[in-house]
Structures are given as C-alpha cells and as structure tokens.
Design a protein around this ligand. Structure first.
Ligand code: SF4
Ligand code: SF4
Ligand code: SF4
Length: 179
C-alpha cells in the first residue's frame, strides 16, 4: 500500500456529521445521548466538525464547516513530544498510530497538534483516527470518506492530494473574482 494523505474540504462540508457517526460505528466508540436542545453527538469522537462564520464577505453572508480528525502529518509534532514513545508511524503508509499500552495520558500531543485532533478515552489514553488502516489495506475507503455525501473527505496519495489542493485553490480564486 502506498503512502496516504488526507484532504478535508471546507468548501463542500455541510455539517451533517455523518462522518462522526460512521467513525463511531467503525471504531465501536461508546454510545452517546443526543440532547434535544443541541443535537450534538457526544462522548468520544475521533472527528470534530468546526464551524466558521457566519460572517459578512462584502454583501454576502459566508459560513463554512470542516471536519477535522488526525491529518497524519509527515513530520508529526505529537510523535516528537510524546515522552512515552506511544505514537508512531506505519512505515508503509505514513499513517500515525498509537500504542495505547504505552500512553501515559499526559496530553502533550494535544498541546502540540495544530489541528487539536487528539481525543482521550475514559481511561485517559490517547484515541486517534487510524485512517481506517484495516479498511485501506482491504482496498476500501475509510468509513468517513465512504459515508460523506458531500465529497468533503478525500484520502489519497500525497501527489493526488497536492493536485486536489491546487485545483481547489484555483476554484477559490475564480469564485472570489466572480463574486
Ligand atoms: S459527512 Fe461530509 S458533509 Fe457531513 S459533516 Fe462530515 S465531512 Fe461534512
Ligand atoms: S495528532 Fe495532530 S500532530 Fe499528530 S499526526 Fe495527527 S494531526 Fe498531526
Ligand atoms: S479515517 Fe476512519 S478512524 Fe479516521 S476519522 Fe475517518 S472513519 Fe474515523
């Protein structure tokens, strides 16, 4: 299997949170209650969906969302700071993985992660998106990518992700010129 990179698209995400549900099902994360008032998924989530806006862009109201989980950084700061060496890279794919047995729950990884991706399970140990490495090895998409109806999550090779980022940047420039 080749190296994997992640793209999460804030231009198309509609905040449906289906990725959170799919991930929880895949990871067998603890059940959560849904509050009638907030209707936000609770308990351990490896994915969070963040909202930006609403804010005015000229005479238009702009609001966007992005789903964030571990981005499996190349030079991952979480690995560099972990005093227990519990975070490591899969040599084949570059996916960031956790050895829960070694984790001491110090939360150093959370402090340095630029995406705020680390979550912690009830036992205080790090719980991190493993990019559904088992599914990828079977030739399947990750649970979140498979589920997202807005095509807001894409897992591919670093070259595919770079190409996608360049195309999205060009689209944004075009849209800002039109509006
Ligand atoms: S499933 Fe897709 S559109 Fe829905 S919140 Fe997740 S990333 Fe956004
Ligand atoms: S936990 Fe954060 S710093 Fe570590 S690989 Fe994932 S996104 Fe990068
Ligand atoms: S790749 Fe898998 S583990 Fe990671 S956020 Fe998506 S569904 Fe969850």
């Amino acid at each position: 299997m080749t190296r994997k990179s992640v793209y999460r698209d804030m231009d198309t995400c509609i905040n449906c949170k289906a990725c959170i549900i799919a991930c929880k099902v895949k990871q067998m994360s603890p059940a959560y209650t849904v509050s009638r008032v907030e209707a936000e998924p609770r308990s351990l989530n490896l994915i969070q969906v963040y909202q930006y806006g609403p804010e005015m862009h000229g005479d238009r109201v702009h609001q966007s969302f992005v789903s964030i989980a571990c981005m499996h950084c190349d030079d991952a700061p979480c690995i560099r700071v972990c005093p227990a060496s519990s975070i490591y890279k899969d040599t084949e794919t570059g996916i960031t993985l956790v050895d829960k047995e070694l984790c001491i729950g110090c939360k150093g990884c959370l402090w340095v992660c630029p995406y705020g991706a680390p979550s912690f399970s009830e036992d205080g140990k790090l719980a991190l998106c493993d990019l559904c490495i088992d599914r990828l090895k079977e030739g399947k998409k990750t649970a979140c990518e498979q589920t997202c109806q807005a095509s807001a999550i894409f897992i591919g090779t670093p070259a595919e992700i770079s190409e996608l980022q360049a195309r999205k940047a060009a689209e944004r420039i075009f849209k800002s010129a039109v509006y």
